[in-house]
Design a protein around this ligand. Structure first.
Ligand SMILES: C[S@@+](CC[C@H](N)C(=O)[O-])C[C@H]1O[C@@H](n2cnc3c(N)ncnc32)[C@H](O)[C@@H]1O
Length: 407
């Protein structure tokens, strides 16, 4: 519901009311009103935090390159809040346990108010409540970003057709948080740079940006890359709609877009695009790679039951067994290549198979010795057993080949 022509003091009252309400969740301020005094911040996010048993309000101020976070006791929050409101932000979004409030100031200075009630979380009983709490981007309450992405309805329910994608992105983000500190990403002193390779409709791209910046308060810039012009056009449009600073998209092949990411994602990047994403991470020195491969055509066409692999003739005879063998062999080569290039690598199930059959994740953290002889030996033995040169070798190029003694 929208109400035109709200006055400034009502805006201040609404904001203060939300921030001081016991079920306050988040307030976001962004966009400049025409003629307002110059503001050093492109976005400011407020959320409640509990420090030493006392409720505080955390103010996160974002400019284009960094963020500054300040915590103040809730009883002392009105001063910084007034300073903030004096800048006259064009968009203010308030989120409490029971209500989502949107305050927008038009170019002509008209203040428009949109409010809608949302169901309280705990009303659904313990089972649902646990599920809500345990995932990075919970359902059961309104979330504008997930709504714009088409995943949640306005009242916070997952659209039935989006359940699998919703689960995939939540599980992916869990893996990210699990290895975040171990990869040295918690102490960069600057925003984390993430590159999402083969971003497609950008569900993961937007979700990662939202989760890190808005939920965890970790400044992060995310770039989505895809060869498909149409998905990039739509994703750019969505990012504009959300007004999310530090979120951008580029149309091009993986590896051709200039970027020096700390983290590389590849969720279901087709066939050898996964190898290109691995090469992008390695050659730019990314601290972390999270890759969930998709189809594997390259080796499927090459593996033959000849030489030492002749014994596997009965396996390669059947299409489905051949396909699965090629999948396993391809991902084993990838994991080994990453180990050789100095990444601590493991291969894990990233989500239950009911949400996608392509559910294996290669997780690699930089920081191991480069060219470890035992891994080089394993790699060469595998290559000679199968009589193939996997595409990962081509993607990694000379810096990889020179670590293989026989080349
Ligand atoms: C199956 S979709 C996955 C999209 C998204 N990551 C997701 O999981 O929702 C694969 C995407 O990779 C893109 N792609 C394939 N090869 C690529 C390449 N070499 N460079 C960039 N994008 C590529 C495709 O255009 C497609 O959008």
């Amino acid at each position: 519901m929208s109400t035109p022509d709200l006055d400034l003091s009502s805006v201040r009252q609404l904001v203060a009311g939300a921030v001081h309400s016991p079920d306050f969740r988040r307030a976001t301020f962004g966009g400049a009103v025409r003629g307002a005094k110059e503001c050093p911040w492109v976005r400011v996010v407020l959320r409640p935090v509990d420090l030493r048993g006392e409720r505080h309000v955390q103010f996160s101020y974002f400019d284009r390159t960094k963020n500054v976070t300040k915590n103040c006791r809730e009883t002392e929050a009105d001063g910084p809040l007034t300073e903030l409101l004096d800048f006259g932000f064009a968009g203010i979004h308030l989120s409490t346990g029971g209500e989502e409030i949107d305050i927008r100031t038009s170019k002509k200075g008209k203040v428009l108010l949109g409010r809608r009630t949302v169901e309280p979380l705990a009303a659904d009983g313990p089972e649902r409540h646990n599920r809500v709490k345990d995932v990075p981007l919970p359902e059961g309450r309104a979330d504008r970003v997930l709504e714009v992405m088409g995943i949640l309805t306005a009242d916070g329910r997952v659209r039935p057709t989006m359940r699998a994608k919703y689960t995939q992105i939540n599980e992916f983000l869990k893996h990210l948080t699990h290895v975040f500190a171990d990869a040295g990403l918690g102490s960069l002193g600057r925003p984390v740079e993430i590159l999402d390779c083969g971003c497609g409709s950008s569900y993961l791209t937007l979700a990662a940006h939202h989760y890190l910046n808005d939920t965890l308060g970790i400044p992060a810039r995310v770039i989505g890359v895809d060869v498909n012009e149409e998905v990039i056009r739509k994703s750019t449009e969505r990012a504009g709609q959300l007004g999310a600073p530090g979120l951008s998209f580029a149309c091009g092949r993986i590896g051709t877009v200039a970027a020096k990411p700390d983290v590389v994602f590849a969720l279901h990047a087709c066939d050898t695009a996964t190898d290109d994403a691995i090469a992008q991470a390695v050659t730019t020195g990314a601290k972390l790679l999270l890759s969930v491969p998709c189809c594997h055509h390259h080796l499927n066409k090459k593996i033959q039951p000849v030489g030492p692999a002749a014994v596997l003739g009965p396996v390669l005879r059947h299409g489905i067994l051949r396909e699965r063998t090629a999948d396993l062999v391809t991902d084993t080569f990838r994991a080994l290549a990453l180990r050789i290039m100095g990444y601590r690598t493991d291969v894990v199930e990233f989500v239950s198979p009911e949400h996608t059959a392509r559910n294996l994740m290669i997780r690699a953290v930089r920081g191991a010795p480069v060219g470890e002889p035992s891994f080089v030996g394993e790699y060469l033995s595998m290559r000679s057993f199968w009589g193939v040169v996997p595409y990962i070798e081509q993607a990694l190029g000379e810096s990889f080949r020179r670590l293989l003694p026989e080349s």
